[in-house]
Ligand binder design. Sequence first.
Ligand code: IVH
Length: 734
Amino acid sequence: MNSGTAGIETGRLSAAEAVEELARLAAEIAKHDDLYHRQDAPIIPDADYDALRRRNSEIEARFPDLVRDDSPSRRVGAPAAGGFGKIAHSRPMLSLENAFDDGDIAGFVDRVRRFLGLDGSEVMDFVAEPKIDGLSVSLRYENRSFVQGATRGDGAVGEDVTANLRTLDDIPDSLPEDAPDVVEVRGEVYMLHEEFAALNAERATENKRLEEENEKLAAEGKRTRRLIHLFANPRNAAAGSLRQIDSGITAGRRLHFFAYAAGEISEPVAATHWDWLGKLAAWGFQVNPEAGQCRGLEEMVAAYETIVAGRPDLAYDIDGVVYKVDRHDWQERLGTVSRAPRWAIARKFPAEQAETVLERITIQVGRTGALTPVANLSPVTVGGVVVSRATLHNQDEIQRKDIREGDAVVIQRAGDVIPQVVRVVAEKRPATSEPFTFPTRCPCELATPVVRPDGEVVVRCSGELACPHQQVARLRHFVSRDAFDIEGLGVKQIQEFFDDRLIRTPADIFDLRSGDGRSGASLTDRERWGEQKVRNLFAAIEARRTIHLDRFIYALGIRRIGTATARLLARHYEDLESWRGAMKAVAGERAECASVPKKPEEVGESYAELCHIDQIGIGVADDLAAFFGEPRNAAIVDELVERVTVEPVETAAADTPFAGRTVVFTGTLETMTRGEAKARAEALGAKVSSSVSARTDYVVAGPGAGAKEKKALELGVTVLSEAEWREMVGAQSG
Ligand code: IVH
């Protein structure tokens, strides 16, 4: 190919030259990809390869219209900056609530029965399936052709991995005639044990070759090449293989897929989950052969035992058993709560344990100042993952288990939870060991004394916002996945930027400049911060300048305000200004009420309104009051809102009579349980409250309604009978 354009600086290329150069680069990069990935015989150093890709991206950035279909930057529909395109899921990809023993399953069955208002004699069927330890993806078929595949991502938005998924044999390209026009099939991508072992063996061999080569390079005074990492477990290997920009690599990794759920579907194809699995199998998907129907608790427990017994013989990893209510109409009624369906639950396998040595106990300071002791361990593999740290929870836990530095300890790890120290192996205790003394001062440079309020187990640093450890912990929380979710600002980067005074409060993140941070230093001058990395970081920050109210509230890191409570608050107050105004009022009212109030109403109107939001109690209200009562917190929020746009909550169905209205249920409902009624109201955009005030829009009163109905009538609030309510929400009677 003509390479006349190869030497021209990207900034000087004319459009015609850019066309030529992009064609040359596409071919050149594809050639090297092939040599590297498929033939395992690269002919240019990594740095030169990176330079080719960078040149390609630079030209594309200058001439966006000239980006080729086969551009290296677009191989998986990826934006020019690298990475994958984003896909918003048409239905959220949910996670599952966890259960750990038979009792939890009994509780689940009970909850389902009560929610649906079934009596003890009604038969409930479930399906039990192995919980595959892979990564979930959603496959979209339009007019029976596979058109798009996405990873789960955060449940709302995933990554476009269509091209990679096309390389899986278990994913049909097309569906038969009887499939509806739009079908989304969801399931798990996983890797077999033997393929995982072979892949790691291959990588180990490659590393040996690299080591030999590096010896030569080092001898010649040249830069050596980085070794490749081995995958910790099949799940990581599957994830790493699916998230390859070059789908050729995915194809070489032989991934598999089990189908087990549905996303959007244009017309129903099955009345039960069991029939849906049958349909999936008929359409050519792999459905897990260990799945089975079970009737009632006893059969559910038996199904678990069977799957546990068969686990050692499976060729892939599973980490539990998923139970699903079989009837789809019941699934529909049960709906979801906090991103998990009420109609399914995952029973996790017991945690795996291992023995190791506790080398040192260090103290971590959380965002609210809590001092958490951490066990630093000799690295040990538990459940396929190398563990070198475990939480010790608090001072009492250390005393109770008499955990000391130097002890041999048994640790355990279950799912994604932080590893725990189960017990000390007493007979191995060194003679010289001494009990651990819990610090009386914060480990930060201010060494502020710690306090332990009466009756609490948690020891806190009294330095509040002045404590650098707390500041860093808050920043880490701020950028974490459920909060602002800023890619490229992880634990390490936050600490680094904090230490260099580039970022001290959340608002600083949005003031970062590539050339002049607070310190006047350029980000691009920093070690390990190349141009591309800086560009990616700014793109990630820009992408979060607009944020939903619930994430914003959660990100502030207020004590006890988790994602679920943040959502409740966002739903109730709907937009930032109403919420902020209310919180300031709450703080003011609470500050004026020195004695311990008996009733929220005694504190004030805003405080009472907050306490009466369903599932919010006095504890949470006091935490919010304390947060907004602290002027430095209020200032942090003020600075932040000047830099970001907070999107109000969209009421789910603006055209329903309940959108944005406050509803109170009282008395006994006869055709629907309280839980179902509440869920239904919320799905229609209503806010459900537990007490009647002038702001209540409807009171739904069943038999036995007393004081609340009376109060509603006094205040002129509309009181509905159950039948009227059902009619308004469009529920079929009977
Ligand atoms: S059902 C609406 N079934 O587990 C329910 N999930 O912890 C959607 N998983 O995100 C999930 N095997 O990645 C379901 N047989 C199975 C599963 C399964 C594995 C994963 C899935 C999900 C996670 C939740």
